[in-house]
Design a binder for this molecule. Structure first.
Ligand SMILES: O=C(O)CCC(=O)C(=O)O
Ligand SMILES: [Fe+2]
Length: 297
């Protein structure tokens, strides 16, 4: 089955519908090529010094540069891109809220073999999440064109419905080809992997992923982004990074204060000594909507 391509004007509902069906889709030409070049220029100093991967999974001819919120102003625009956030919000709407999970550019160099096919949600200690409850919604922005020959991500559309811990070969997958500035969206249950780079150029993608806010972040945003930088960031980005409570009370500071107080005290939503999301009425409503008999008193 081919990867579905949508236009940048597709509605969040439409994108979420395809993600529910296939666990992946490409949204064509969302960002101008020039924006991709800016990210690359801003990250140049790190690409100069970051070593290749240390094992086959991370790729011995692949460079990974993370910490993008701290290192690239332009990458921040991608993290908060409205097309992506709209779709992620719909795809993860079953949870109270979601947050940023990791930011990483992946540069697959010539000669790199295909990465083993995996599910990104295996990062959560291989916990067998129910298929009906996706915990992650991920993006891979094309910083260069993605072609089969240069290592376009290999995917198995619809594979979120398959059993867990399966093994696949390259020929079971297909390349998610896309032009520079397009973005591949996929949920955590999709079987996929980086493609073999059989060309002479480096394929570069920006992996920005989001997860339900009750799971631990893969890239620790509190420590990856120094406090001096965090203090200058807009509220919406800070909340997305985890300076917000997950579900009812996860992540508060000491006497249940809003975590944003650590960097921008003036934005605090602490009320009656309690931070932000702690709205029991909302929790009650959601449980009722889901047909639960459980009552929250
Ligand atoms: O770079 C890619 O195409 C995908 C890489 C990937 O799936 C991963 O490292 O988890
Ligand atoms: Fe992956």
């Amino acid at each position: 089955m081919a990867v579905e391509h949508l236009s940048a004007s597709a509605s969040p509902e439409k994108i979420a519908e395809i993600l529910d069906r296939d666990a992946c889709c490409v949204i064509d030409s969302v960002a101008p090529a020039e924006q991709m070049d800016r990210v690359r220029d801003e990250l140049h100093p790190w690409f100069e010094k970051v070593p290749m991967g240390r094992d086959e999974f991370s790729g011995r001819a692949t460079q990974r540069v993370g910490g993008l919120i701290a290192r690239s102003q332009t990458a921040r625009e991608l993290v908060e891109h409205p097309v992506v956030l709209g779709a992620v919000g719909k795809a993860l709407a079953h949870a109270t809220n979601f947050q940023l999970h990791l930011t990483q550019t992946i540069a697959i160099g010539p000669g790199e073999p295909a990465q083993s096919v995996h599910r990104d949600q295996w990062a959560f200690d291989f916990f067998p999440f129910p298929q009906s409850y996706p915990v992650q919604c991920n993006t891979l922005w094309a910083m260069t064109d993605f072609r089969e020959e240069n290592g376009a991500t290999r995917v198995i559309p619809g594979s979120h419905r398959l059993e867990d811990r399966l093994q696949f070969k390259e020929e079971d997958t297909e390349p998610a080809e896309m032009s520079k500035g397009s973005v591949l969206l996929y949920t955590g249950g999709l079987y996929h992997g980086g493609g073999a780079n059989r060309s002479t150029e480096t394929r570069v993608g920006i992996n920005i992923t989001y997860a339900v806010a009750w799971l631990r972040q893969e890239e620790n945003q509190y420590l990856s982004v120094p406090r001096e930088i965090a203090k200058e960031l807009p509220e919406s980005l800070l909340r997305l990074m985890g300076y917000a409570q997950g579900a009812y009370a996860l992540g508060y500071i000491d006497d249940t204060r809003d975590p944003i107080e650590a960097v921008r005290p003036e934005l605090s939503r602490t009320r009656d000594g309690f931070g932000e999301v702690g709205d029991l009425d909302e929790v009650r409503d959601r449980l009722r909507r889901e047909g639960s008999d459980f009552e929250v008193d």
